[in-house]
Design a protein around this ligand. Structure first.
Ligand code: HEC
Length: 276
């Protein structure tokens, strides 16, 4: 831990307080423009590669791993889960909009009736419950993790398309934005400190990925076999700054996912990729 604190001390912090601003598109463009200004050679679409877009060696390693992914068996297991009917004979595909294809980029959505953000994982659980099955725990990699490692690939190529309509949705978005920009934890770091101010800089041996593109490629397989969902990653990053993390699926994390996904609007989805 000492090492991390020293490494953190080396990161210069630029961004200050959160400006009040009820315009998601302006928030998104501010981030996009800032990153494009700082990295004029990186094409918009290449932000899907995260830190890899800034490290040619790591990117070519990624390319060769993705040719024959060592985790393909896990995705196939997820496919089996997806295709196995519930006890009542119905399937996920019958329960979801468009048979579950090319929809993940619409999630999270703000559901006015429920008065909250609904994630793709919530949609899966909604199907399960409506069909008489028990909901999965968002944090259980063997069930929700494996299932989404396949289910999300059904939306590969779709562009992220998150909507923030109306005052309640705006409130959830603002809450997610606050979590992103607010300094927290014993080390007093915000997500933005690392993934915006210091994006593309090194933290120890790692290049920090820009927030733009972070939400389009989950779940990931870290080190080739360790399945990690997006909110799982939130837990890990909260721990890095010595903040007590929430459980996956908390209102705070769902709102954060809503904000983070909106920032990546227009970028193509590609689930289940390799990460270091
Ligand atoms: C002290 C710095 C630090 C802070 C603060 C931090 N992270 Fe991270 N984060 C990292 C590092 C290091 C990695 C691994 C390298 C990378 O891909 O950026 C990472 C990775 C990630 C990834 C995976 C990126 C990918 O392409 O696989 C996501 C998503 C993420 N962080 C989100 C967040 C969010 C949301 C917050 C705020 C709750 C946050 N991080 C706070 C250091 C940080």
């Amino acid at each position: 831990m000492k090492k991390i604190i020293l490494a953190l001390a080396g990161l210069g912090i630029v961004f200050g307080a959160v400006a009040a601003n009820a315009n998601p598109e302006a928030d998104r463009m501010k981030i996009v423009n800032y990153l494009e200004h700082r990295n004029p050679d990186v094409k918009f679409d290449n932000y899907v590669y995260g830190a890899l877009a800034f490290d040619a060696d790591a990117k070519s390693q990624y390319d060769s791993i993705m040719d024959f992914p060592p985790f393909i068996g896990v995705i196939e297991q997820g496919e089996k889960m997806w295709n196995t009917p519930f006890k009542n004979g119905k399937t996920y595909a019958e329960c979801m909009p468009n048979g579950g294809k090319m929809i993940a980029g619409n999630y999270p959505v703000y559901d006015e009736k429920l008065g909250k953000v609904v994630t793709f994982e919530d949609l899966i659980n909604d199907c399960r419950v409506k069909n008489g099955e028990a909901a999965y725990s968002y944090s259980d990699m063997k069930t929700m993790g494996v299932l989404t490692s396949y289910a999300r690939t059904l939306s590969d190529g779709m562009k992220m398309n998150i909507k923030v309509d109306g005052p309640s949705a705006q409130k959830a978005f603002d809450d997610g934005k606050m979590t992103f920009y607010k300094r927290t934890g014993q080390l007093n770091f915000s997500c933005a400190n690392c993934h915006l101010d210091n994006a593309t800089n090194h933290l120890r041996s790692e290049i920090l990925s820009p927030v733009l593109g972070q939400a389009v490629h989950f779940p990931v397989f870290r080190g080739g076999e360790n399945l990690v969902t997006l909110q799982n990653r939130f837990v890990g990053c909260f721990k890095q700054v010595r903040q007590v993390p929430d459980k996956e699926g908390s209102t705070r994390y769902n709102n954060l996912e809503y904000f983070l996904s909106y920032v990546s609007n227009g970028l193509p989805l590609k689930a289940s990729v390799f990460r270091k």
